[in-house]
Design a protein. Structure first.
Length: 104
């Protein structure tokens, strides 16, 4: 019998390095900032086209709850969703901006 002169290789998942948040002094977060008139503009454009929230939500392929939260100002559509609304309603809407917030 011959003996092996090598040892088997065992593959392990690499350990994930998690930064210690307590040691960092500044934490930056990116947040989507919607224009203040976006929800009013959505509602105005929809009513001008004589559509209900349900009808427009179906055309956008989203739920009515999502669309109504946009008009209420409790949620923010992303720019891709805004462009779909613009095409359906044939209007121009203000765009959302990504802003960076630093916390200490």
């Amino acid at each position: 019998m011959s003996s092996q002169d090598w040892e088997p290789v065992i593959f392990n998942k690499p350990k994930q390095i998690v930064p210690n948040i307590k040691t960092s002094q500044h934490i930056s977060k990116k947040q989507l900032h919607a224009p203040s008139n976006l929800c009013k503009e959505l509602q105005k454009a929809r009513t001008n086209k004589q559509l209900t929230q349900k009808q427009l939500a179906l055309q956008l392929q989203i739920t009515v709850n999502i669309y109504s939260s946009w008009e209420a100002g409790t949620a923010i559509p992303n720019n891709l969703q805004i462009s779909k609304i613009e095409k359906l309603l044939q209007i121009k809407l203000p765009r959302c901006k990504l802003i960076e917030i630093e916390e200490i």
